[in-house]
Design a protein around this ligand. Structure first.
Ligand code: ARG
Length: 407
């Protein structure tokens, strides 16, 4: 019996060609898994259309899995707790969806009694790392195949290959962008953007076209670390993200243009559009400013950087990530409150107010007017003792310190 392989199928050129290529070159049976993580801003093609392409390419079966709620309630939720921005800018769009896909890939590999899983990534990116490390973490016995790393075809060769085998692809040799999308946003690569100096063309953006010219104000409410309502209207997380993508995106907010460090040592120019993700993270960290005690807040900020790096590097399923999640979740108990967001077209966001029943902000302590309850006299001894070490040092070495060193 031929070896059976379960392929993470997207419907794009590479994974479509991969189906036929693995059958021809490796003599395997291919089962495709198409995971819906919210990549549906292009409504011109349904999941059924994509599924029929997999079958036309020669797949034994194409299983479609709706993982939108899982993507939101588990993967985006944890990213929100951790205010996750890789290198301070990128909300981990693709890095968050890969472990979701891996989970279903492994699940279907078990159902179909396959001995291997496969992905369509090339050898230059992060996604191969995420697929492979993730699979090994969940199923150390499964082999992972990467046909696109082996076939040595250019994009034009792949188009020819698809035509030769009558695979009804939509890509042409001129199609220039590589786009990856899910609920949390869109990643756009290639084309003119490969020159870091060239301004990105307007054409590939879909979520952040400023169709509104008037400012938009809305109130985002959080409960225990997660956004639960917009202007008092409650939403499930997946729907709230979609709503915000529409409402914030219509003001042109949510574009990111950066040079990032890939896991594999390559610097690359990346363009993203993530209106909901960026708005939620800005609001979430603003509620935290109000409710987290200082030491906890500062330590959390340090660990957030590490959390984002781990996810970027494909370590969703890893012991350190699990331990950090336990920390992050513990910090979220009192992250409840409202944040007022002001979007000014094209593309500006300001937080203009925040409130929380758990706020540690105390007006009596903070105010400079008559309501002041702070005992100023208490500070005298405190500041003296706080500065005592420096004062002692200065008394001994004072003469030397007072004279600036000559260059
Ligand atoms: N650079 C981003 C990341 O590594 C985006 C990757 C997008 N993937 C893609 N196949 N176009 O997370």
């Amino acid at each position: 019996m031929a070896k059976r392989v379960v392929l993470a199928y997207s419907g794009g050129l590479d994974t479509s060609v991969a189906v036929r290529w693995m059958i021809e070159e490796w003599g395997v049976e291919v089962v495709c898994v198409l995971v819906n993580v919210g990549q549906d801003s292009d409504s011109s093609e349904s999941f059924e259309d994509i599924k029929s392409r997999a079958l036309a390419a020669g797949a034994l079966e194409c299983v479609v899995v709706d993982a939108r709620e899982e993507m939101a309630n588990e993967f985006c939720a944890h990213a929100i707790y951790a205010n996750a921005l890789y290198e301070g800018k990128y909300p981990l769009v693709s890095a968050l969806s890969r472990p979701v896909i891996v989970r279903h890939l492994v699940d279907q590999a078990r159902k179909f009694e396959a001995s291997a899983v496969a992905h369509g990534c090339t050898g230059k990116g992060n996604d191969q790392v995420r697929f492979e490390v993730g699979t090994h973490a969940l199923a150390p016995d499964l082999e992972v195949l990467a046909p696109a790393r082996n076939w040595g075809m250019t994009r034009a060769d792949s188009v020819d290959y698809a035509e030769k085998w009558d695979i009804p692809i939509r890509a042409s040799k001129e199609k220039i962008y590589s786009i990856d999308e899910n609920l949390w946003g869109r990643a756009i690569e290639c084309g003119a953007m490969e020159d870091p100096w060239a301004a990105p063309p307007d054409e590939p953006y879909t979520l952040t076209r400023a169709t509104r010219t008037e400012p938009v104000e809305l109130v985002l409410s959080f409960k225990a670390g997660l956004p639960v309502a917009i202007d008092n209207e409650p939403f499930e997380l997946a729907d709230l993200i979609k709503q915000l993508n529409d409402r914030a995106g219509a003001t042109g907010f949510g574009r990111i243009d950066m040079v990032e460090n890939r896991r594999v040592g390559i610097k690359s120019r990346e363009v993203y559009e993530c209106p909901a993700a960026l708005a939620i993270l800005a609001a979430h960290s603003d509620v935290e400013d109000l409710v987290l005690e200082r030491d906890l807040h500062h330590e959390k900020a340090r660990l957030e950087t590490r959390w984002a790096e781990l996810i970027y590097d494909g370590m969703w399923f890893s012991p350190l990530k699990e331990a950090l999640d336990a920390f992050m979740i513990d910090t979220q108990r009192h992250v409840t409150g409202d944040v007022r967001l002001n979007f000014s077209p094209p593309g500006l966001l300001r937080v203009s107010g925040r409130r929380s029943p758990s706020a540690l902000y105390d007006h009596g302590l903070a105010t400079y007017d008559a309501a002041d309850t702070f005992r100023h006299a208490d500070s005298e001894g405190y500041v003296k003792i706080y500065g005592l070490g420096v004062k002692t040092w200065a008394a001994r070495q004072g003469a030397k310190n007072a004279t600036p060193p000559r260059p």
